[in-house]
Ligand binder design. Structure first.
Ligand SMILES: Cc1cc2nc3c(=O)[nH]c(=O)nc-3n(C[C@H](O)[C@H](O)[C@H](O)COP(=O)(O)OP(=O)(O)OC[C@H]3O[C@@H](n4cnc5c(N)ncnc54)[C@H](O)[C@@H]3O)c2cc1C
Length: 373
């Protein structure tokens, strides 16, 4: 049995942010991620202004990594569209590049980064984990940052949840001059029954196409779903180019709106393991970064025992953004709500700006260091 001070399971934005914060404060943090090297994630790659501020606080300039600036949100439903100016500058960046930069920083700060090491199960009472190679480790504090994936022993409690979880799909569209011109400076959200597709340019000029959809719509398979969606969202079909559909990565079982009710002593549930905001809001990365930083700070200030109080704060702070995002998601999922939403935004675009602000955990602060959760 190996015994360490802080053990972080998962090296996405939440786990990396925690590792950077702990290591910079002199704690020997160990971070394990199951991926052996750079990899993509099922994610839209939209960085809101709050995510950009969190990144700046960690010393990461997303634009220096090639992020494409975004100033406008284009919402499309059937043959209607509305365009809104975002309240602050946002950006598009692939998760492959973002996650790699953050993991690199964690290592530079002194964290022990173990890549290609999957944790198979956890024992919360013993603050212990078992790796897939059989190794058993305990941490004085355990930071659970496995994101969209459940870890046996510490799975999210989804019992009693009425709504089935959603599915996420992601594909990369090749560089195309007309698409690049149309998407420059904008993120597009194409709304359809039971979900939406987000489209933005990423650092290398390719476009990230990410869909979130009710799981039952996937029953006939991805190809059938895409054919249906292309018929429902003709402007998306134009963007994709009508022809051969790209191959998709998928993730099933995304429980939008879920928040951890509590935690065990010494266990900080960060990022999507603490709260899952509807991806439509584009704020999951900001919440992951902010919760990673603030959980690490709570541990630095109060030790492992601070976990229970910190988790309760995360639950409280994430209530409003998650509730607003859920209202938008459900509102946009059916034809009546979608029609109403488009009409309202046409008449009162400032409502869209308010919604964008209200889905942020820390809506007021847009610059410098912040710990949003
Ligand atoms: C369809 C979709 C689109 C989205 N688009 C956006 C967007 O545009 N902007 C935005 O801000 N948010 C978006 N989100 C939300 C965002 O992806 C998440 O909120 C964010 O990735 C959470 O970060 P995390 O660090 O908690 O988890 P993740 O990013 O999921 O990272 C978890 C890490 O843990 C590792 N891991 C998992 N299990 C184990 C294990 N057993 N052992 C070791 N390692 C493990 C994984 O390899 C991974 O690296 C989207 C979500 C979905 C579903």
């Amino acid at each position: 049995m190996r015994d360490v001070a802080a053990l972080i399971v998962g090296g996405g934005p939440a786990g990396a942010a925690a590792a950077i914060t702990l290591a910079r404060a002199g704690v020997r943090a160990h971070l394990a991620d199951r991926n052996a090297g750079p990899h993509d994630a099922v994610c839209g790659g939209f960085l809101g202004w709050d995510a950009l501020a969190e990144l700046r606080g960690l010393g990461v300039d997303a634009f220096a990594l090639g992020a494409r600036p975004i100033g406008r949100l284009r919402l499309l439903a059937g043959d209607r569209h509305v365009e809104l100016a975002l309240p602050h500058r946002a950006a598009g960046l692939s998760r492959r590049v973002l996650d790699e930069a953050l993991i690199g920083l964690a290592g530079e700060a002194g964290a022990v980064v173990m890549r290609g090491r999957a944790v198979r199960a956890a024992d919360p009472a013993g603050r212990a984990v078992r790796f897939d190679d059989g190794g058993e480790w305990t941490g004085e504090a355990l930071f659970l940052a496995t994101g969209k994936h459940e870890l046996r022993g510490l799975s999210r409690e989804l019992d009693g949840r009425k709504e089935p979880p959603s599915a996420g799909l992601r594909a990369v569209l090749p560089v195309d001059a007309a698409r690049s011109r149309d998407l420059a400076g904008a993120i597009e959200l194409h709304l359809f029954d039971g979900g939406y597709a987000g489209l933005l340019l990423q650092e290398d000029g390719t476009a990230n196409l990410c869909l979130s959809v009710d799981r039952e719509r996937l029953a006939g398979g991805v190809a059938a779903l895409m054919t249906e969606i292309m018929a429902e969202a003709p402007r998306l079909a134009e963007r994709v180019g009508g022809g051969i559909l790209p191959s998709f990565e998928a993730v099933a079982g995304v429980p939008y709106g879920w928040r951890a009710k509590s935690t065990s002593p010494g266990i900080f549930r960060i990022g999507d393991q603490g709260a899952v905001i509807a991806s439509l809001a584009g704020d999951g990365i900001a919440i992951a970064l902010g919760s990673g930083v603030s959980a690490a700070q709570a541990y630095l200030n109060g030790g492992a025992d601070a976990a229970v109080g910190w988790q309760a704060r995360m639950r409280r702070r994430s209530f409003r953004p998650l509730a607003v995002a859920e209202a938008l998601r459900h509102g946009a999922a059916g034809p009546t709500g979608r029609g109403l939403l488009m009409q309202l935004l046409r008449w009162m675009p400032e409502l869209g700006v308010q919604a964008a602000l209200l889905t942020r955990i820390s809506a007021r602060r847009t610059g410098g260091r912040q710990s949003g959760v």
